[in-house]
Design a protein around this ligand. Structure first.
Ligand SMILES: Cc1cc2nc3c(=O)[nH]c(=O)nc-3n(C[C@H](O)[C@H](O)[C@H](O)COP(=O)(O)OP(=O)(O)OC[C@H]3O[C@@H](n4cnc5c(N)ncnc54)[C@H](O)[C@@H]3O)c2cc1C
Length: 275
């Protein structure tokens, strides 16, 4: 849709060229959400494309995903064989309710900054211990785990003018055994619950609950839980008011699915049968 209140579009190429933030500004990444509904409060877009950040970089310790990396670029990443958790990348990219046009333009950073409960890049990066680097509006940088970055439905830790620069995922997390479960109310509907499990080198089971909850919730089990312990931990650590409600699922259904998917993951990763 045309955003007919926009009177200027800035195209900075470096951080020093970023304009001073004023009310009425918005960062423009893929634009798939920005251009999908009226934005009458906006007067200027600051396009991130010309910053030309390399979409993906692999070092000895981390996979760095630029905020401007598209879903399609991330999905096309060729991962080393010992990244046992690599299938999560494709699984989360496909958890998007999106056409190929959205896939090619929507960015990982835009997905985190939208902070929708069904943001599959939030699910992926929160489950893999991702850490956000934020360029603060007043200068300097700030880092924060993805799981703490998103605080609620369309709420996060950004303050006006802050820019998400990148997400760093430790290679150690990418080497973990993992399991993925996702469910939607309708066959191609938005995720109603998306649960990812992984096992750390010391045997700790990490469960990351997203989509059913308004923000990511990570649960850690240093000793393998039985079915009862798993269900109790979920019930205790995810209060009922943290479950999301909208036309893609009522909270009770989302909670039920979360418990069920988590139990399936326990079975897959710990070889446990239901007790
Ligand atoms: C048909 C359709 C289906 C969709 N399905 C889903 C879905 O299943 N799940 C889901 O979560 N979303 C969905 N969306 C919403 C949206 O497309 C995605 O969240 C997408 O990832 C947003 O990325 P973008 O790069 O297009 O962001 P943009 O639209 O460019 O920006 C989104 C918001 O984030 C801000 N922003 C972007 N990048 C940064 C940055 N680096 N730093 C600070 N702020 C930033 C923008 O200013 C804006 O407020 C869908 C949208 C459409 C139109």
């Amino acid at each position: 849709m045309d955003l007919n209140t926009i009177t200027a579009v800035a195209h900075p190429q470096t951080r020093s060229q970023l304009p001073v933030w004023t009310s009425g500004d918005a960062w423009l990444a893929g634009g798939t959400w920005l251009f999908s509904e009226p934005q009458a409060h906006l007067t200027r877009l600051i396009d991130l494309a010309d910053l030309n950040w390399p979409p993906l970089a692999i070092t000895e310790t981390h996979l760095t995903i630029a905020a401007t990396c598209s879903i399609a670029q991330l999905d096309a990443l060729t991962c080393p064989a010992d990244w046992l958790a690599a299938p999560l990348i494709g699984q989360c990219c496909r958890a998007f309710l999106a056409s190929f046009k959205i896939w090619k333009t929507a960015t990982v950073g835009g997905n985190l900054c939208m902070s929708l409960p069904a943001g599959p890049m939030i699910s992926l990066t929160a489950a893999l211990d991702g850490v956000c680097t934020i360029w603060k509006a007043e200068g300097g940088e700030h880092t924060i785990p993805v799981a703490d970055f998103v605080t609620g439905d369309q709420r996060n830790r950004l303050t006006p003018g802050d820019l998400l620069r990148q997400i760093d995922i430790p290679i150690a997390a990418l080497k973990r055994r993992s399991a993925f479960r996702q469910i939607s109310l309708a066959p191609v509907g938005r995720s109603g619950a998306l649960v990812i499990g992984s096992v750390e080198a010391n045997g700790t089971l990490i469960l990351t609950v997203t989509a059913s909850t308004v923000r990511p919730v990570r649960l850690s089990f240093p000793t393998p839980p039985d079915a009862t312990a798993l269900a109790e931990a979920i019930s205790q650590q995810i209060p009922d008011d943290v479950y999301h409600t909208d036309l893609h699922g009522k909270p009770l259904w989302r909670k039920h699915m979360t418990l069920r998917l988590a139990e399936e993951i326990r079975g897959e990763l710990l070889g446990a049968s239901p007790s």
